[in-house]
Design a protein around this ligand. Structure first.
Ligand code: 9D3
Length: 249
């Protein structure tokens, strides 16, 4: 998978290929990430990439021409017909379904904005899709671009080790994950659920499923509404809620 990242802060985004799953994927050639700085495509003495907004107001706006020349340089360098994705607070909310679709593309050109935003004429003429990573304010699109690359890379065949499979991820199923425990068995007053020690693998699978269902019900009503539960799942959830109401309160 090829990523071409257009950013005024390439050294910030480069951390993505320096460690973890994405670092290993880049090392193994599964990922090819290149960085492009619009400042390198300016023509004036001050290398100006931004200017004041028409109509007045605070902040600066990223200029069309450096971005457009930068994008042309990307296109000249590769024959991969990557979609142009702009990370923006005005974009659609990123979901695992969107990440799945991205992972089936041969490449993506990711544009990270800075300042108040990008001149709308670049977005309307040169950008295919705008995506946001959530309803909170970042200082720029770089961290969002890194989020996209990380989430997409996990889905590339061979990017994860044998123990980590992407298909087992809770979000792949629309469920939150169950709780996890490791040694020691007792931490001060805190024990672990007994079922995990008894070696009954069917019982453990049922307990984990029940925890995932119960936690999704409690914490994420939006995810829960979208689930189509089997009779067995409904029974597990009812049992979870009954036990919880017995012990809590
Ligand atoms: C305080 C500035 N805001 C005025 C109402 C507008 C604004 C401009 C630029 C807010 C954020 C940004 C920079 N953010 C991104 O480029 C960005 C982003 C985000 O802030 N949140 C979630 N997803 C994304 S993707 C790109």
């Amino acid at each position: 998978m090829r990523f071409d990242v257009i950013t005024l802060f390439p050294e910030l985004v480069a951390a993505v290929t320096e460690s973890g799953v994405t670092g290993r994927a880049a090392e193994h050639g599964l990922l090819d990430v290149r960085y492009w700085n619009p400042r390198d495509y300016t023509t004036d003495r001050h290398r100006t990439v931004d200017d004041r907004p028409y109509g007045g107001g605070p902040g600066m706006v990223m200029k069309v021409e450096p971005l457009r020349r930068c994008l042309s340089a990307v296109r000249e360098q590769t024959d991969i017909r990557s979609k142009v994705i702009c990370l923006s607070p005005q974009g659609r909310l990123l979901t695992q379904a969107a990440v799945d679709a991205f992972s089936r593309e041969p490449g993506l050109i990711l544009i990270a904005g800075r300042y108040e935003g990008i001149d709308e004429r670049f977005i309307s003429a040169d950008v295919d899709e705008e995506w946001s990573i959530g309803d909170y304010v970042l200082s720029g699109g770089e961290l969002a671009a890194m989020v996209v690359m990380d989430a997409v890379t996990r889905l590339l065949p061979g990017a994860l080790g044998h123990s980590e499979s992407a298909t087992q991820d809770s979000f792949a199923e629309g469920l939150l994950d169950c709780p996890h425990y490791t040694r020691p068995e007792q931490v001060g007053e805190q024990a672990i659920p007994k079922v995990l020690l008894q070696g009954d693998h069917a019982a453990i699978a049922r307990w984990r499923r029940q925890q995932a269902l119960g936690r999704t019900w409690e914490r994420r009503p939006d995810l829960f509404k979208a689930l189509a539960l089997s009779d067995q799942d409904n029974a597990l959830l009812q049992n979870y809620l009954n036990e919880r109401d017995k012990t809590d309160s």
